[in-house]
Design a protein around this ligand. Sequence first.
Ligand code: DOR
Ligand code: ZN
Length: 443
Amino acid sequence: MIWIKGAHLIDAAEGRSGNGSLLVKDGKIARVSPVGEDFTTAEVLTVFGCDRLDEVCQVDGAGKYLFPGLIDVHVHLREPGQEDKEDIMSGARAAVRGGFTSILAMANTKPVIDTRALVEFVRMQGERAGKARVYPVAAVTKGFGGRELTEMVDLKAGGTVAFSDDGKGIQSAETLRLALEYAKLTGCPLISHCEDEQLAGPGVMRKGEASARLGLGGIPASAESVMVARDLLLAGETGGKLHLAHVSTKESVWLIRAAKERGIDVSAEVNPHHLLFTDEDVLLIDASYKVNPPLPSRADQEALLTGLLDGTIDLLATDHAPHTWEEKTKPFAEAPFGINGLETALAAVWQELVAKGKMKAEKLIELWSLNPARRFGLVGGTLKVGAPADLVLFDPNWQEVITVDTLESKAQNTPFLEKKLQGFPVMVWVGGKLVLNNRKVIE
Ligand code: DOR
Ligand code: ZN
């Protein structure tokens, strides 16, 4: 029994934003006060069916926001096979520390998640961790081979919520067409990592002036957008449910806008690092800025933000990609692609976009909680009565320096290392269970 009092509640599903209080009972949201009001003690005791307040956990929300837990549909947890980078436990801990109560675990593990037993393994490891809800994503093609489809209906029965070969683009258009057809039988979205391998070649950053200056191999924007165009056409033809991961170019944004106008069933995500950094930020000596798709040009970045604000892009996702220190301190050209995102993403987006007036807090919650829940058919995303109490109490004034010691993730490959950010979750509940308190993960 929890009584969270006097916080600024944001619920995109109800179009609600304003002060109020909320009651949690049996892991669910039991009551939400009208905006600007609180409950009387008598009301609280009636809802909880008890006669003394000392049985109720009271939380002072003054000066803080209370919103539904964020849902991250793009996370790499590395288990099984690369537990030196991350495992499901460390990833699920990092998630709640970053304000995420649900995460989707990508299939590019070793081995690839392409059997029902592996899907069930990921799901059960997530349950065992008992932090954020962990939903498995299964591969589209066996072993990420790009040719033979996985047993999608069986994988869905095992608990997968989406299909993806993320980390690798599906090069064969015919394979993707068939995959979209078969995925329809499951109702799950197919998440496409759009990357034409021939166009991308051996590039390591976005092709442009900055790559030429640094003498680094460039990946043209077309390596992504050509495949976005192809995938949209195939989704239109098949009626399949398509989700585009990590959209990073202006051409992709206008293609998605045109496809939506024609009623194609597509959703798309943008990653915080593509909104916060550009190719001009890439330093030869720091591979923490090396990511795939690469950091965009300024013009691309502006189109991504416009797309998010006008509804062309549906959601935010981190593409949390942990790698070892050893790998990421290699020369830029040799280090693996990926940015560690779970514990810094919300703070960084809040600080750079919300606090600076470029995005409303309400929009952020819609993009990172409500829309992912709706698109992927997950619980959460709302403060409606009866919804699970997946909640974040967020302090916009909390400042923290990101250090190796504070990160719950096993990896430290973040451009924010040793930097200060402002605006962090201070308490997080998953299904009414307190999993983060005063910035510390509860054991
Ligand atoms: O930068 C990336 N890292 N992009 C991807 O698509 C995969 C990811 C990873 O698994 O490390
Ligand atoms: Zn990807």
